[in-house]
Design a protein around this ligand. Structure first.
Ligand SMILES: Cc1ncc(C[n+]2csc(CCOP(=O)(O)OP(=O)(O)O)c2C)c(N)n1
Length: 452
């Protein structure tokens, strides 16, 4: 049996190692005090909670006793600046560009939503009311920062330079869609613009983003001359209930990954209101629990979104890298998707009220008007031009051929497997035997592409 003294020394040594490696892993985020516990020390030396003071009061912490985290805003819903230290950091021309990007999205949304209702495309999701979150964050990220989206971030694609033709090609699954028409509409992606392709299973992009952030950090370590980059990832407050949210936050915190988590809290996940989604103080309060720098912002205020994201990017690159969480508060003005009628679970008046009271576009527009950047005539001109552009690309994309039938078998694996080749052959025979049953003419190259 070991002597007490020896046991104590060994325990102390191992605790010290744990503490040292933890400090190393966290960079300068946390500093461990000496592991030796003095008599009457006020702090516990448990390795699991390094800064916890002893208390003799038997007290369960109650969420109600904490004030809700504040919401940062720069410009209020009347377009009035409420943060006196605020100075716009971009030119009139750049502000107008951001406004037009938001306007483009809202116009494209209206046209495509109606087009779906007419049966001209299979599905659509609008981002009405949330344009400032995607356009605002995108405008201060570096174009080489890596991005993962959920599905309501069309504004980011637009701001990064995704063209109207690219939007339409994906929506109509035509031969110009880089996704080769395999995904449902709105599942955009762009290698050129450093945005990973959207996929339907909620929150799966979150731990992937932590991994991508970790890779970016290692690349910078291996090549200090290279540009410092962050990974930004978008998700809704509903998606934050997935286990993948927990995994992502904890991995990013413990591995100190330069990731900006951007939560769009729009009050609903399809028909589920936030009261049924969580009982804590939104998503922001969770960030603190993971040891992540966190801010809650007014998501209808593009200036607040920009300021918060700029600062978040700076923080994310500090000390070799660390995650940051932004919770952007907004309201989902629209139905969840074209498959949803939201008046089945919320009052029309609530929606109308939000539309009238607060909207990211009207807020920026009011601010621009007070600066003399914008007026009714410019609004009309911009709307007409954007509408024309969307409609022009819409009809061009609708008339395009679909991708070659063969692409259906490709990219399942890197190369066609013997099994896939056999299936392709089988399809070819079916089409040969029942030519009237298949509209092969709609597809580029017809049935002739079906050979390996
Ligand atoms: C893992 C998974 N579960 C359920 C769904 C079905 N689904 C699609 S969107 C959605 C709501 C998501 O809400 P939120 O994350 O708040 O984003 P919002 O639609 O409000 O922008 C659900 C439940 C899914 N796509 N993936």
């Amino acid at each position: 049996m070991k002597s007490r003294m020896l046991q104590r020394v060994q325990l102390r040594a191992s605790t010290a190692t744990v503490a040292r490696s933890r400090v190393a892993a966290l960079g300068s985020v946390r500093a461990a005090s000496s592991v030796s516990q003095r008599p009457n020390s006020e702090f516990v030396q448990f390795p699991g909670a390094l800064k916890s003071a002893f208390t003799h009061s038997l007290n369960f912490e109650n969420p109600e006793s904490y004030k809700a985290l504040p919401t940062y805003r720069v410009v209020d819903q009347h377009g009035v600046v409420v943060d006196s230290s605020f100075e716009p950091d971009i030119s009139e021309q750049q502000v107008v560009k951001l406004y037009k990007d938001m306007l483009f999205i809202s116009i494209m949304d209206l046209i495509m939503f109606d087009a779906q209702r007419q049966g001209r495309l299979s599905f659509y999701m609008v981002s009405a009311g949330e344009e400032a979150v995607s356009v605002g964050t995108s405008s201060v990220l570096d174009p080489e920062d890596v991005v993962f989206c959920q599905y309501r971030e069309q504004g980011l694609f637009k701001e990064r330079g995704f063209t109207t033709k690219e939007f339409m090609s994906q929506l109509f699954s035509n031969r110009n869609d880089p996704g080769k028409g395999r995904n449902m509409p709105i599942h955009y992606g762009s290698k050129k613009l450093n945005v990973h392709t959207i996929s339907s299973p909620l929150a799966t992009q979150l731990p992937q983003a932590s991994g991508a952030g970790y890779a970016l950090k290692l690349q910078k370590l291996q090549n200090p001359e290279s540009k410092a980059r962050v990974c930004a990832v978008f998700f809704g407050e509903g998606a934050a209930s997935e286990g993948d949210f927990h995994a992502a936050m904890n991995i990013a915190a413990t591995r100190s990954c330069p990731v900006i988590f951007i939560c769009r809290n729009n009050g609903y996940a399809i028909s589920t209101p936030t009261l049924e989604q969580y009982r804590g103080d939104g998503i922001a309060s969770r960030g603190i629990g993971y040891g992540i720098d966190t801010i809650r912002v007014d998501g209808n205020d593009i200036w607040a979104v920009r300021e918060a994201t700029k600062k978040a990017r700076e923080l994310a690159l500090q000390d070799g890298g660390k995650p940051v969480l932004i919770e952007a508060m907004t309201y989902r003005v629209s139905h969840h998707s074209t498959s949803d009628d939201s008046f089945a679970y919320r009052a029309r008046v609530e929606v109308e009220d939000w539309k009238r009271r607060d909207n990211p576009l009207t807020r920026l527009r009011k601010w621009m008007e007070t600066k003399g950047y914008w007026d009714e005539a410019k609004e009309k001109e911009a709307r007409d031009a954007l509408r024309k552009e969307v409609l022009r690309e819409f009809s061009a994309a609708e008339r395009e051929k679909k991708p070659a039938i063969k692409t259906m078998f490709e990219d399942v694996y890197d190369e066609l497997t013997p099994g896939l080749k056999a299936q392709m052959q089988e399809l070819r025979e079916l089409i040969d035997n029942y030519p009237d049953e298949y509209d092969v003419g709609e597809f580029e190259g017809g049935k002739e592409t079906l050979k390996s």
